[in-house]
Structures are given as C-alpha cells and as structure tokens.
Write a protein that binds this ligand. Structure first.
Ligand SMILES: CC(C)(COP(=O)(O)OP(=O)(O)OC[C@H]1O[C@@H](n2cnc3c(N)ncnc32)[C@H](O)[C@@H]1OP(=O)(O)O)[C@@H](O)C(=O)NCCC(=O)NCCS
Length: 281
C-alpha cells in the first residue's frame, strides 16, 4: 500500500473515504492533517484530524471494506504518529466516535491493538433508543395530555423559529443543525412552546446521527418544566407518524442532559466511545 498526504489537490480521490466535515475542512484549507493509502492507484483509506491543546483529535478514519485487515489502518496511524513526533507539544492522540453502524465495531479492537486506552465519556454521550421505548417512558404515565401552547414546527411561522434560533445561539445553546428552519429538521415532530408569537422553548429533531431521527437541539427557555412537556408532545406526534420500532438518537451535551435522557428512557443505549494514546506509548 502506498501512503501519502491528502490535500485539496488529490481530495477528489479520497472524498468518499472521509467524513463530509473533514473533506470540507481540507477543501477550505483549514488546519487539518490528513493521510491516505492507495492500492494499485486506487485510494482505499483515509485518516484525518487536527491538533488541539497538544492532543491530535482524530475526526475521520476509514478503510474501504475490501482493503481491511491488510495493515492500511496501522500504516496511516503510524505515519500520523511520526508526523506528531516532529511537532513540539503534540503529546497524545484521541478518537471520539459513536457506534451507530455495524462497521463501527471494528474501531474498538483496532484502537486497542494500536495501544489506545478507552476513556469514560460521562455526559458527552449519544444514546440510541426506539420510539416504543420512549413511548413507554415514565413521562407518559398519568396525565399525558399535550399542553395547548406546544406546537409542531410545521404549525409555527418560520420567522418565529428563526428568531428563537438567534436567541438560543446568543445564549450558547448547542445546536446540531445549522438553524431551526434547515431542511434537515423534521418539522412534523419537532415542537416548540409558542407564547404571544414568541417561541420560548423548543425541541428539534434532525437526522444527524447516522440518518436516525435525532434530538439535536433543545432549549428549555420557558422554564425547566417545558422540557418534559415538549418531549411528551414530540413523542406523541412521532408515534402518529412512525412505527414504534423506529430507532432514534439523542445527543447529550452535558452530564445533566445525559441524566435527563437516562431518566426519561432508562433503556436508552449509550453508543459513544473515546480512545486515547500518549505519544510514544
Ligand atoms: C477500523 C479500521 C480503520 C481498521 O483498518 P484496517 O486497515 O483493517 O486495520 P489493520 O489491518 O491495520 O489492523 C491492525 C490491527 O487492528 C486489529 N483489527 C483491525 N480490524 C479489526 C477487526 N475488525 N476485529 C478485530 N481486530 C481488528 C487487528 O489486531 C489488526 O491486526 P491483524 O490484522 O494483524 O490482526 C477499518 O476496519 C475501518 O475503516 N472500519 C470502519 C470504520 C468506520 O466506520 N469509520 C467511520 C467513522 S469515522
């Protein structure tokens, strides 16, 4: 296998092996280091990441299925370790990912073999669950009536959603979609609290985790009790649109968010993994 750098010049050969955000970063000349391997002039593997606070963060690692277990992954990682060796202050490598597809299972034994150790991610987890599990949540016990001022996005003029989007961003609410009115948002099950033409809280579903319906952005601006009410509203709308075995995802952005998800859906599966290796280990 031949090893080389990936740059804007040869990106087209490697694009399908890179996560879209890594390919975009290379295209736009951002400070991303990417190496690739080819067999018989056919690009078959890519590894990309960036250096932050002395740690190289791997953002994309992929070998094409027909070329696996031939040492390509090791070749790319060793090359990267050599590059980092020459950089002052580059002390470690780290990979954070979520196991959302069967082929992601190969990453854990690969990293373990390469001398990486798993680290506990605590709150920063992606959880997977089925709509049926969400519907069976303690949240639906007792009075499950949906509050009158909770509306699906499809019932709210875009201008109000856009205003709420700006307000939430000013407050630093993490948002996984570009905006609340992006095409990726499911407007039938995303809900918001609408008070006097003002969106004062929202729960937005996009498709950011492997194409699954994902709770990507949530803001309880109207008060903490708006969140259970919005979840109840969103899941009842989802149940009228999708079968109960539909797999869904939620991204916990903090310990508190993770605790809320586990409290609401005790059967939700955490699928995030982190591996870490000190340089020279
Ligand atoms: C993980 C991955 C990069 C490994 O690449 P690779 O070229 O097959 O790895 P290598 O051949 O260099 O393997 C090195 C060692 O890692 C271990 N390893 C790699 N794949 C393994 C697997 N599927 N099961 C168990 N051990 C594995 C082995 O010890 C292997 O050495 P060996 O073949 O001599 O036993 C590749 O399987 C892959 O791309 N999987 C999909 C990852 C993905 O979905 N990424 C997208 C999210 S960014």
């Amino acid at each position: 296998m031949e090893l080389g750098y990936i740059s804007a010049n040869n990106l087209s050969a490697y694009r399908s092996l890179l996560l879209p955000r890594a390919a975009r970063a290379i295209e736009q000349g951002e400070a991303l280091t990417a190496v690739g391997v080819a067999e018989g002039r056919l690009a078959c593997g890519a590894l990309a990441g960036f250096l932050e606070d002395g740690c190289f963060q791997i953002v994309s690692l992929y070998m094409a299925p027909d070329h696996r277990r031939k040492g390509g992954g090791r070749l790319m990682l060793d090359a990267l370790a050599d590059i980092l060796h020459g950089l002052p202050g580059a002390g470690a490598m780290r990979a954070d990912y979520a196991v959302t597809e069967p082929e992601h299972d190969a990453l854990a034994p690969f990293f373990a073999r390469m001398g990486f150790a798993p680290i506990d991610r605590r709150g920063q987890d992606v959880y997977l669950f089925t709509l049926g599990q969400a519907a069976a949540s303690p949240l639906f016990a007792g009075d499950a009536a949906v509050s009158a001022n909770i509306r699906a996005f499809s019932q709210i003029p875009n201008i109000y959603l856009a205003q709420a989007d700006s307000r939430a961003k000013e407050l630093g609410v993490p948002m996984s979609e570009a905006t609340l009115i992006s095409a990726g948002i499911d407007r039938d099950i995303s809900v918001a609290v609408l008070q006097d033409k003002n969106v004062t809280a929202f729960l937005a579903f996009d498709r950011s985790v492997g194409g699954r319906l994902t709770i990507g952005s949530a803001w309880a601006g109207a008060g903490p009790m708006s969140m259970p009410a919005m979840l109840r509203g969103a899941f009842s709308l989802a149940m009228s649109k999708f079968p109960s075995e539909t797999e869904m995802a939620a991204q916990a952005v903090s310990d508190i968010a993770a605790r809320i998800i586990r409290g609401i859906i005790p059967d939700a599966r955490p699928v995030s993994r982190s591996y870490y290796r000190k340089q020279g280990a």
